[in-house]
Ligand binder design. Structure first.
Ligand code: SF4
Ligand code: SF4
Length: 212
């Protein structure tokens, strides 16, 4: 590109970014290649809560809830196609799901928004249920017929209450979240072009592995 070229239009879709642009934007980060998250039905029945409590007894599994009420199960698991240098070893034939995730507006650069709670273990979900949905909690306990008493919820819950989360005030990407299907959203705001470098200017970075 000549330096007197006009700045590139940056209303491009993520699919139109070049491999070099993707590499620049993702330099030093492998976050979105290190987990997967899947939407699940919002639980209501006792057996449904029981099912997700069971899931949360497993290592590296968590569940989070977004506003108004969208539930997701999250697995910390590294993609086997990530090479030793943190690059995608099948780039060019990697899934469209990956290609459509826009590194100009990804989780590296913007805080999570729209979160209600994040449960990192079964006890966290049980504590949330006891506090937020006492009728459902009572039904679950009656249905489960525990033979040992359930410990009282911790004074400081390990689930993340909505008030404690950073919301998108002033954040033009408010509403974005981590789940890969959400990466297909067509309202992804493009980043601004850097005319001098001919590359995309990146928004301020958040810590790559920042967790709520
Ligand atoms: S989280 Fe963003 S910067 Fe990190 S690898 Fe994924 S798209 Fe690239
Ligand atoms: S296929 Fe490539 S881009 Fe997609 S998650 Fe795996 S390493 Fe990342």
């Amino acid at each position: 590109m000549r330096t007197d070229d006009p700045p590139p239009s940056d209303d491009r879709a993520a699919l139109d970014l070049s491999p070099g642009e993707n590499a620049d934007l993702c330099e030093g980060c492998v976050r979105c290649c290190s987990y997967l998250a899947i939407a699940i039905d919002s639980p209501r029945a006792s057996w449904e809560y029981d099912q997700w409590i069971w899931a949360l007894h497993h290592e590296k599994v968590s569940i989070y809830v977004e506003r108004p009420e969208a539930w997701f199960i999250h697995f910390e698991t590294r993609c086997a196609q990530l090479d030793a240098h943190g690059r995608c070893s099948i780039h060019g034939r990697h899934p469209v799901l990956c290609r459509e995730y826009d590194p100009r507006a990804c989780e590296r650069r913007y805080p999570l928004t729209d979160m209600r709670a994040w449960f990192h273990d079964a006890e966290a979900l049980e504590a949330w249920l006891a506090r937020e949905r006492p009728a459902h909690w009572a039904k679950l306990l009656a249905w489960r017929k525990d033979t040992v008493p359930t410990p009282a919820p911790a004074a400081s819950p390990s689930w993340i209450p909505v008030e404690a989360l950073a919301f998108g005030a002033g954040n033009p990407r408010a509403g974005r979240h981590r789940v890969k299907p959400a990466r297909r959203r067509s309202d992804s705001p493009p980043g601004a072009a850097d005319s001098a470098a001919g590359r995309i200017s990146a928004e301020p970075l958040l810590p790559v592995h920042e967790e709520l």
